[in-house]
Design a protein around this ligand. Sequence first.
Ligand code: ATR
Length: 296
Amino acid sequence: MQSLDMNLLSAITGETKLVGLIGWPVGHSLSPAMHNSAFAALNLNWRYVPLPVLPERLGEAVAGLRALSFVGANVTVPYKEAVISYLDEVAPEAEAIGAVNTIVVREGGKLIGYNTDWQGFLTALSESDFNPQGKRALVLGAGGAARAVVYALAQAGAQVTVLNRTPARAQALVQDFSSLFPSTSLFALPLTLQTLEERTAEAHLLINTTPVGTWPEAGKSIWAEGLAFPGHLSVFDMVYNPRQTKLLRQARAAGAKVLGGLGMLVHQGAVAFELWTGEKAPVETMYEAASKALRR
Ligand code: ATR
């Protein structure tokens, strides 16, 4: 690995193309390792660099992509929604979701926003035989991540119930998507012990989009202690650090099928990679690099 790193550094030239990650903080992101490994695997003279941006500098940072001839960028927490107002154009899916995680800088400096999270989610599900078509899905959380997941599930033909600690946010989400997907059953409920117990009894898929259980609070779970876990569920936890979250351990102990968030991270990255480079993403390489970066 040492020699590969040295090769990467020595190969930076005046021709090197740049992609960045706009967020705050960005220090723990797996994306630089994932994308730089992918560029190296395809012999592309490209680099992916973290760009820590303070909230009051977001507009300048986005304009800076254009000024500095970046090819594109990813956008992460907490700017996926706020970044939209600084872009020249937003793809229809990103517009509907209300969040951009990928920017492409076109010729002439035009900044186009995309959302690749929803595709990453669907690809990760299909890789693991979690087919959402015609299934009843419960989505925990109603933030930006939940919006991408609900969009994906509605596209894939699932029935979706959103459970959120702040019920008004779940209602607003469902209302937004109801007009976009008029033939999809979409419901909103408060996230309580009672609703969890009642709704999971008849659901097929449970998806956690909240950050509960993320390192360093890996001892927490959105599934309440003492509530029996329904073993018939398929459970997707968007949290990928740690890879085996407490929720997934609870689910597995009850015999449920489980899937962690790393696959979604890799696949959203793969779609972004393809938008920037026009090349097929080396998904295996990206997966290995992300797993390795997570172990560090
Ligand atoms: P993201 O863009 O990653 O989805 P977000 O917009 O901050 O982040 O949304 C986080 C979601 O996780 C919200 O639905 C939040 O619930 P509220 O709308 O009530 O804030 C949910 N969430 C975060 N911490 C939670 C906790 N400890 N228990 C339950 N829900 C939680």
